[in-house]
Design a protein around this ligand. Structure first.
Ligand SMILES: [Zn+2]
Length: 169
């Protein structure tokens, strides 16, 4: 039997979730949206993905209700919907796993609770407040594993600063 191209026949919710965010680049697009990257040209520059693939993935994420297209300064931008924002714990878990097993120099980015300044734990919770802050209430800054800007563009430069998640770059 040939392998299918999707997981549509799978009953488990892991498979259902991967139907939405399991394509190459998809979760990186979602991650960048949390980081405040909202425009097609900025996503393309930061991810280094082809126009065709980015357009296809964005259209799929809009179709799946993860992103919504919004007008922004005469152009289009993409915002996370409530369904998209609910992927924050997924992004946190992938970051934590990568930091533990694939970051010999330490985390590339550090995250803190904006309200109190305490670094979040690996589950995305604030140890001082005993809460898991919404991504709107999280600040990000380069960590010990950061090797400086990833490229020459404005997104890479912006991500070298301490900044609030979801604040438009
Ligand atoms: Zn706190």
């Amino acid at each position: 039997m040939a392998l299918g191209v999707d997981y549509a026949a799978q009953q488990c919710s892991v498979a259902r979730t991967l139907e939405v965010v399991g394509s190459r680049w998809t979760l990186l697009i979602v991650r960048d949206c949390f980081f405040g990257v909202r425009r097609f040209s900025d996503l393309r520059e930061h991810l280094g993905v082809s126009r065709a693939v980015l357009a296809e993935r964005l259209a799929q994420l809009v179709d799946d209700g993860v992103l919504v297209r919004v007008p922004s300064g005469g152009r289009e931008a993409y915002d996370l919907t409530a369904k998209g924002l609910a992927l924050w714990p997924v992004v946190v878990a992938l970051l934590a796993w990568g930091d533990e097993f694939s970051a010999p120099d330490g985390p590339r980015r550090l995250f803190s609770h904006a309200a109190c300044g305490t670094d979040l734990d690996r589950a995305g919770a604030c140890p001082a407040c005993g809460t898991s802050p919404s991504p709107y209430d999280v600040e990000m800054r380069p960590g010990p594993g950061s090797r400086g800007p990833q490229g020459p563009g404005k997104v890479s430069a912006a991500l070298q600063e301490r900044r609030r998640l979801l604040e438009s770059i």
